[in-house]
Design a protein around this ligand. Structure first.
Ligand SMILES: Cc1ncc(COP(=O)(O)O)c(C=O)c1O
Length: 437
């Protein structure tokens, strides 16, 4: 296999345009020589030390850079490095619990999260995930906390006509009721600012996240933003919460953090959380052997430098004229003309395309028809990689694609991809013998 820019080549030499960024991982493009050089340099210096014995210059410098990248709100905070998203979520959940214990709120142990969310595949992360298909058989093994609804405008439970402006508040009120019902047992609320693969890039309505943040702040519940998919520039801001001016207590990053060049995750904690632990027991009761692995950190640090030098966060801003993301937004919108496309939604370079049998009724395909997998297979034949998912309607039915190309995609490549995607949707329709226009 080989990768360069937005292309991957398989062992047989077939070329693919990576419109999924693997799985919303690659943000800077494949095969960037500066990243592998930084990793090799670090490996030659020291490949690994255990965090109980040493810190490393790369860890110190990179943590400072990440805190600055996360914004003013994280000044004086700290970064905890892991090997990926699930490890980071586990870390964030335990950090939230320890914070509450340290400040004398030992009863707070529950984590409220949302239905139709995804936070990882380890048992703790699975317990707070809402993805039915990925959870179902493990349910007897996981500790269940409340899951509240999430605003999903295309299939709004409140049948609204105002882009969910009002019902966003109803979803926020549902969270408030869940916190009240727990009688002081909630430690944190965990959310993806823009939903990831499970719902396919659903963007929250104006005002919703602000209300959520306000409720959590008022009730002593920590706010944890899972930015594994949306962080590090993917939505056109350093972190997606910036779109709504929300300041979480803990930010979780992975995927784009190293753009896939090495396994890496990070939990970025605000000063409030760090100070509480420092003033209490003094140490976070947690750890993995490969925390802060120097080679992964060298990759992540080089990725951060690269995406800044190349202005890739700006490139991913779909609200800024002339950027690849603005081009992508315009081009992907053309898919709405396809008979079986119900919704196209997203922000920056994170987009979802939802399929329906009938646009008027929004009726989904029967799950066993595997419509999104058919589209993905047709796209693959054409040399285009996408991320197919099912379950957007109720966790089981509902087909959609997630699209998350590297920010180095050109207008020409975008036009070609959307053309191939439209043809793939038509081919999937045909294969189901649906009527064509
Ligand atoms: C929002 C979100 N959180 C957490 C995870 C888990 O990350 P990982 O697969 O690196 O463990 C994912 C993975 O897709 C994700 O999208």
């Amino acid at each position: 296999m080989r990768g360069e820019g937005i292309y991957l080549w398989d062992a047989e030499g077939n070329k693919y345009l990576d419109l999924a960024g693997s799985a919303a991982v690659n943000f800077i493009g494949h095969g960037v020589a500066e990243i592998s050089a930084a990793m090799a340099e670090q490996a030659a210096e020291v490949e690994f030390v255990h965090t109980s014995q040493f810190t490393t210059p790369v860890a110190e410098a990179y943590a400072e850079e990440l805190l600055a990248f996360a914004g003013e709100h994280f000044r004086g905070g700290a970064v905890y490095f892991t090997c990926g998203g699930s490890e980071s979520i586990e870390t964030a959940l335990k950090l939230a619990r320890q914070y509450q214990v340290e400040i004398g709120h030992g009863a707070r142990h529950q984590i409220i999260s949302r239905q139709q969310s995804y936070h990882g595949s380890t048992l703790g992360a699975l317990s707070v995930s809402g993805n039915k298909r990925r959870r179902e058989i493990y349910l007897p093994m996981v500790k269940e906390f409340p899951h509240v609804g999430m605003p999903y405008c295309y299939r709004c439970a409140f049948d609204c006509t105002d882009g969910c402006r009002n019902c966003g508040q109803q979803y926020a009120a549902e969270l408030e009721r869940a916190i009240e019902a727990s009688n002081g047992a909630v430690a944190a609320f965990l959310f993806e600012p823009v939903s990831g693969a499970t719902l396919g890039a659903v963007v929250p309505p104006a005002g919703y996240l602000q209300s959520v943040a306000e409720i959590c702040g008022r009730d002593g519940v920590l706010l944890i933003a899972d930015e594994v998919m949306t962080g590090m520039g993917r939505t056109g801001r350093n972190f997606a919460v910036e779109h709504w001016n929300v300041m979480p207590d803990i930010l979780v990053a992975a995927k784009g953090l190293s753009s896939g060049y090495a396994p890496l995750g990070a939990v970025i904690a605000s000063k409030k959380v760090v100070d509480a632990i420092a003033a209490g027991s003094g140490a976070f009761l947690h750890g993995f052997t490969y925390n802060a692995h120097p080679i992964s950190l060298a990759a992540g640090r080089a990725v951060l430098r690269y995406l800044r030098e190349k202005n890739l966060v700006e490139a991913a801003d779909s609200g800024r004229a002339g950027t690849p993301a603005a081009e992508f937004k315009k081009a992907i919108g053309q898919l709405r003309d396809e008979e079986s496309v119900g919704d196209v939604r997203g922000i920056g370079l994170l987009w979802g395309v939802e399929f329906v049998v009938d646009q008027a009724s929004k009726r989904p395909f029967a799950p066993e028809k595997n419509f999104s997998a058919r589209v993905a297979a047709a796209a693959l034949k054409r040399g285009l990689l996408v991320y197919p998912m099912q379950g957007s309607v109720d966790g089981i039915s509902g087909d959609h694609l997630l699209l998350a190309p590297p920010a180095v995609i050109s207008a020409e490549q975008i036009a070609w991809s959307v053309e191939q995607l439209a043809a793939s949707v038509r081919e999937a329709q045909l294969s189901l013998s649906l009527s064509l226009r």
